[in-house]
Design a protein around this ligand. Sequence first.
Ligand SMILES: *[C@@H]1O[C@H](CO)[C@@H](O)[C@H](O)[C@H]1NC(C)=O
Length: 288
Amino acid sequence: MPKGRYSRLPPRKTSSSTLIMGMLLMFTFVILILLGLGILSIPTNSEDSRKANDLSTIIHNQVGRSAGDEGKREQWVEVISWEPRAFIYHKFLTKDECEYLITLAKPHMQKSTVVDSETGKSKDSRVRTSSGTFLQRGRDKIIRDIENRIADFTFIPVEHGEGLQILHYEVGQRYEPHYDYFMDDFNTRNGGQRIATVLMYLSDVEEGGETVFPTAKGNFTAVPWWNELSECGKEGLSVKPKMGDALLFWSMKPDASLDPSSLHGGCPVIRGNKWSSTKWMHINEYKV
Ligand SMILES: *[C@@H]1O[C@H](CO)[C@@H](O)[C@H](O)[C@H]1NC(C)=O
């Protein structure tokens, strides 16, 4: 009766040596698992295993693979600042999507207004000289596609976004530095505070028209495109408009306090024409 023999083992046999043996066995097991994983991962990414810890490479590859129909367009995400938290998603929109948004918006362009913080109504403004219009959220398949992509990029649900705003700046037109968050209760009734902004460039601009963060922390003269910036662009951390690129920045810090380093403006266009599209994301659902 072998079973009986084992069950009759006296308790004193579970000595420290048995414990150590057990732990050694577990340890070996864990090592084997780790080794197994290591061995499995080597053949799958042998080419870029050198850069295994390079997050930007991971994002780059990931996005490149999911590009779909237009397959070959090379997309990648670039961190440009941590104060404010700002990222450029290169080639976020296709050329066709950019042209589609402009065509949709063109017949409805109106002189831009800013939100009056007392009444919540729109008012004319000298700080903002562009013209613009809103496209209703989810209005057609192309827009829904773009809005889903924005939700994926920001980790914020589609329902938290305002409709896309399309803006047009001609030579000399600009938007003085401002915050996208609200300092009043009226404007936060729908959706709560604005937490993040995705600014998509629908056209290239020959000169000027940069998005500038005048209070960004860090050495903003170190950006590779420093020498191509206009005088206004050199007053802070600047992003040059490039058709299809999307700039994401956060108006709130991870602890949900407002981030004053998100102050930003649109530099005057010096040569060319600037078309852009803005998506504001709120902390709660934004009802359309
Ligand atoms: C900022 O970056 C530029 C270009 O890389 C460099 O020449 C300059 O010394 C830097 N300034 C500071 C204060 O680090």
